[in-house]
Design a protein around this ligand. Structure first.
Ligand SMILES: [Zn+2]
Length: 484
């Protein structure tokens, strides 16, 4: 099987043929750092995190570049509202973004360039476009000349008139064509500015991605991604700026992920259904959010609701219960019976996972395959009261490999149960830190083992004072929060 990926530019699923295998250059447009990231940013980050992990898992050497737009009108405006320097605002929200991505299990990109650190490259690129007649300067601004690039609109499959009707184009009589877009903007007094051949100014938004992709990955990149909202104008503009200089295709495959809706409505601040990543993670586990987002194909829209996240949490919990049971049986000395159906299902899991992923990263199908095998394993355990060691070990191994790609099913079951308890109990009785409770329980177990029953009882009282009751069972000590 070859990996096939849907290419927005051709509108077809294509075989993935990198320029210089096994190397793969991958560029994804990052965030403009002026506010906390919302669920839509989270989806994009997770989608491309999985793409990158999968490419690495099948043997490619991936260089993943994801930028930060750290100079922009929105940043300047927000910083002015807060009365802080624009750089400070940008740095703050870069840190916040890293915090969110870490919480989501999104691995850092190999290179995370910032626009402000590439102004030299941006100016050189703009100058090259001017020299080729693809751009022109007016009063300190520089515009791309749409007429110089006949393929404009090819990515979104639209002609100039359709784009003009759909775009809110600034009327500016200095532009030769209403669709011409800014590559370089002259600075107003008091605004951040860099020296350039056209006077003091700053880069337009689109040009930074062309400059940074070319600098870090070369004139042609294998994969370029972003949200569907970036197709036009951002990615059309990237293609125009880059190809007008290089004279060859900029990107092998353009990938775009779909939107996140909330309760079947577009997420927006004015509708009051706008969620930051942080809002969601206060209520749900990050792994449940990943699992939910990966349960729909990346190109389709996805509908977020509490019900969906609760369902995702329950499904994930079923898998972790099975993994716990399988782990205990695999570690036990006594062997269970061989089950032909289970051993066949488990042996085929890796291949079926790969088949689904090779079909345009069909994570929903891939997760479905895992659940099918999990049901078979569960059934065999119930029938036979156990399973042979080889099947158990193979199942654990396959789930681990799948977890490495998806970033779900990859916790220790005990860690998952502890995180889940914390979230559930937060809902019941405010914040009791499950990690703290577990550590006190461990102290009590140690005291009892040393036959220091007075110390053990002090721990029980200490926990009781915080509303935590303990219950000793043959399998160990469990705990719950007293209600009310
Ligand atoms: Zn970009």
């Amino acid at each position: 099987m070859t990996l096939r990926i849907f290419n927005t530019r051709t509108g077809l699923k294509e075989d993935f043929v990198p320029i210089a295998p096994p190397r793969v250059g991958m560029y994804v447009c990052g965030v403009t750092v002026y506010d906390l990231s919302h669920l839509g940013h989270g989806r994009g980050a997770i989608v491309f995190d999985v793409v990158r992990r999968y490419l690495a898992a099948v043997g490619y050497q991936v260089t993943y570049v994801r930028n930060y737009t750290d100079i922009d009108d929105k940043i300047i405006k927000r910083a002015a509202e807060r009365g802080i320097p624009w750089r400070e605002l940008a740095e703050t929200f870069i840190r916040e973004y890293v915090t969110d991505m870490t919480a989501l299990g999104v691995r850092p990109a190999d290179i995370e360039p910032k626009a402000t650190e590439h102004v030299r490259e941006i100016i050189d690129l703009v100058a090259a476009l001017v020299a080729r007649g693809a751009a022109y300067a007016v009063d300190g601004d520089v515009y791309f000349r749409i007429k110089a690039f006949p393929a404009y609109g090819e990515l979104g499959h639209r002609d100039l008139e359709e784009m003009l009707a759909g775009a809110r184009v600034e009327v500016d009589e200095r532009k030769e064509d209403p669709m011409d877009f800014a590559l370089w903007k002259s600075s107003k007094p008091g605004e951040p500015a860099w020296e350039s051949p056209w006077g003091p100014g700053r880069p337009g938004w689109h040009i930074e991605c062309s400059a940074m992709a070319m600098k870090h990955l070369g004139p042609e990149v294998d994969l370029h991604g972003g949200g569907k909202d970036l197709v036009f104008p951002h990615h059309e503009n990237e293609i125009a700026q880059t190809e007008a200089v290089t004279g060859r295709p900029f990107v092998r495959i353009w990938m775009h992920n779909g939107f996140v809706n909330v309760n079947q409505e577009k997420m927006s601040k004015s509708l009051g259904n706008f969620f930051t990543i942080r809002d969601v993670l206060r209520k749900y586990d990050a792994e449940a959010l990943r699992f939910f987002l990966l349960g729909t194909h990346y190109r389709s829209p996805i509908d977020f609701s509490d019900q969906q996240l609760e369902d995702a949490t329950r499904s994930l919990d079923r898998i972790y219960r099975l993994l716990e049971e399988v782990g205990l049986l695999a570690a036990a000395a006594a062997a269970g019976p061989r089950d032909a159906e289970a051993s066949t299902a488990v042996a085929g899991l890796d291949a079926r996972f790969r088949e689904a992923m090779d079909d345009d990263f069909n994570t929903a199908g891939a997760i479905g395959e895992l659940f099918k095998v999990a049901r078979t394993v569960s059934g065999a355990l119930a029938r036979g009261g156990g399973l042979e060691h080889a099947t158990l070990a193979e199942f654990l191994g396959a789930v681990r490999r799948i977890g490495e790609v998806l970033g779900v099913f990859s916790s220790e079951p005990a860690a998952w149960f502890a995180r889940l308890r914390t979230l559930q109990q937060r809902g019941l009785a405010g914040d009791v830190d499950a990690v703290w409770v577990e550590s006190r329980i461990a102290a009590r177990v140690a005291a009892r083992a040393a036959r220091d029953f007075a110390a053990a009882d002090r721990v029980r009282q200490e926990l009781l004072a915080r509303g935590v009751t303990l219950e000793d069972t043959p399998k160990g000590t469990t705990w719950r929060l007293k209600k009310g």
